[in-house]
Design a binder for this molecule. Sequence first.
Ligand code: ZN
Length: 260
Amino acid sequence: MLFDSHAHYDDEKFDGIRDELLPKMPEYGVKRIVNAGASIKGSYASRELAHKYDFMYFTAGIHPESAFEDMQNPEWLSEIEALCRDEKCVAVGEIGLDYYWSRDHIAEQKECFIAHLELARRLGLPAVIHDREAHGDCLEIVKNYTDVKILFHCYSGSVEMLREILKMGMYISMGGVVTFKNARKTVEAIEALVEFPDGPSRLLLETDCPYLAPVPHRGELNHSGLMVNTAEKIAEITGLTKEEIEAKTFDNAISFYNMK
Ligand SMILES: [Zn+2]
């Protein structure tokens, strides 16, 4: 029983195989998938997928890498808000800051991020955060939104930062990276999470597919069915069984996204 809390099936890498692959998800034990919008266009595509497949839901939002371009559209925020009001939209996202690819347009990234958090607060929706090489600035911003349910997807920060976000009641999700040979930082984060009071209730599983397929599929096209390898690795780190990890992270995702 798997819940993929963050996927990108609208990505062009799935063109031609998308409608062959997705109907097979229940056979892989995948019961729910949240497709993350990463731009205005991607959020519309995510909505379309969510309406095509019963087990799919979506988030609407503008990824920091698309912030500058999408904000040229004067209606960007009202379009995202309309998408967020869709019955299958479960969160605002993915939003945040990314200083890895480029440090241009940091002001626009921040403006876009904050506007989305304000929207999440106004609509009473959770928010899904992308934070790459921008931990300090992200933390500073989310500290003003402790009333919003927040998930740091593909968590890559330090153990210290993890403790801070857990203290604020926030969640993290982990994907294939945890199975990589150089994943020491991620492994340490999971070890710290299980020691934190109520920490195990704040962990979700994700793919971020089509990227970051877990070992032994590293480099291949990732999909939700491969999450078993991620669950196995987390079981190994925590001393729980794979079934316990799958069940716990499933329940956590249902709770985070306010689903039934
Ligand atoms: Zn993503």
